[in-house]
Ligand binder design. Structure first.
Ligand code: SAM
Ligand code: SF4
Ligand code: SF4
Length: 346
């Protein structure tokens, strides 16, 4: 890796390319109401056929080039990434790439058995984030819409921790009127557990979830509700560009995070590129279009050509959707075409 390229690839707003999120499948075994509502993603929805997905070898090749351009952290996501067969094989390939310092996975936990957690850890995965939106089955099952029980996600969290994928982060998307009553029980449950619970403001990703601003519970309100029970204090960011704002309980019971992409957008520090399952490179969670890397990969392009495509895409990037949404909500929300979340991951 040339040290000259290190950290030097900057976009139009001066942001370096540091992180790569790789969505390995568009399929999921949940139908979360805020992501893949059943009404849209029912039995007849056509997911990508297998041959359209990048192979592990193709993903590895692209990831190597990203590492050469300055990426240090890779997160695997989806859809549900554990639905991709033999994911451990991809993890091992990515873990071996020089320059990659952190390799993480976001999952709903349904397939994260103790054996799978151990295999992922052995292949080189370092950390996992497990999504969980409530602690009672009634609320959680309304959110996941496939009748999946809370206990199995809690088991997955423990399996991950025991396998050494620590600290486990827990993502809770908060949707007003659906699961906001679960904020305090979730906080209470994970206080003192060593796991880090992160509250995520419900976002207007994609076009299918029927997002409404009045269903967003603002980060300040979430914090206030928790702070009244268990006083909190801010923690400085661990690294620049961190998406979650961190707080710790004053009584020493650990830490929480808030991802306030609606009320406190963090586009200015956004150093993330996203690769979709079929090899499109997106520079924003809310982008409408990507750069087709698969077409290059499958037409025999050499590394220099692929690298130039990635470099040009990043250098041309001026995305700051969340900031613009905040400045100009009525003209933006619902009017722009956007990629779906399950295609490019969270
Ligand atoms: N299926 C895996 C999971 O749920 O953890 C990985 C993919 S999922 C798209 C990644 C993250 O995005 C999850 O934590 C999920 O809760 C979050 N997410 C999905 N839709 C969202 C929305 N509309 N607003 C905020 N977060 C969302
Ligand atoms: Fe599936 Fe994750 Fe989307 Fe839920 S949030 S539908 S688990 S991809
Ligand atoms: Fe990054 Fe786009 Fe999210 Fe802003 S809106 S933080 S640019 S992904």
């Amino acid at each position: 890796m040339s040290s000259a390229s290190e950290g030097l690839l900057r976009d139009q707003l001066g942001r370096a390319l540091r992180d790569l999120r790789i969505s390995v499948t568009d399929r999921c075994n949940f139908r979360c109401v805020y992501c893949m509502p059943k009404a849209v993603f029912g039995q007849h929805f056509r997911f990508l056929p297998r041959e359209e997905l990048l192979s592990f070898e193709e993903i590895e090749r692209v990831a190597r080039l990203f590492a050469e351009l300055g990426v240090r952290k890779i997160r695997l996501t989806g859809g549900e990434p554990l639905m991709r067969r033999e994911l451990e094989r991809l993890v091992a390939k990515l873990a071996a790439i020089p320059g990659i310092e952190d390799l993480a996975l976001t999952t709903n936990g349904a397939l994260l058995t103790p054996d799978r957690a151990r295999a992922l850890r052995e292949a080189g995965l370092r950390r996992v984030t497990v999504s969980l939106d409530a602690l009672d089955d009634e609320t959680f099952q309304r959110m996941n819409d496939v009748g999946f029980p809370v206990s199995r996600v809690l088991d997955a969290i423990e399996a991950a921790a025991r396998a050494g994928l620590r600290p486990v982060k827990i993502n809770m998307v908060v949707k007003r009127g659906w699961n906001d009553q679960a904020i305090l029980p979730m906080a209470q449950h994970f206080r003192g557990s060593g796991h880090v619970l992160r509250f995520i403001e419900y976002m207007d990703v994609g076009t299918a979830n029927g997002w409404r601003l009045d269903e967003v519970v603002p980060a300040d309100e979430i914090l206030d509700r928790i702070n009244r029970h268990w006083p909190l204090e801010p923690v400085p960011p661990a690294h620049p560009g961190e998406v979650a704002t961190r707080y710790r309980y004053r009584d020493g019971a650990g830490e929480i995070g808030i991802i306030a992409s609606v009320t406190h957008p963090f586009c200015r520090g956004c150093t993330r590129a996203r690769l979709s399952p079929e090899g499109q490179l997106f520079t924003c969670l809310f982008a409408a279009r990507g750069t087709d890397l698969r077409q290059l990969l499958r037409s025999g392009a050499d590394d220099a050509t692929l690298m130039a495509a990635i470099r040009n895409t990043w250098q041309g990037r001026a995305d700051r959707y969340s900031e613009l949404r905040r400045l100009d909500t009525p003209s933006l929300v619902g009017t722009r075409p956007k990629v779906e979340m399950f295609r490019i991951g969270g």
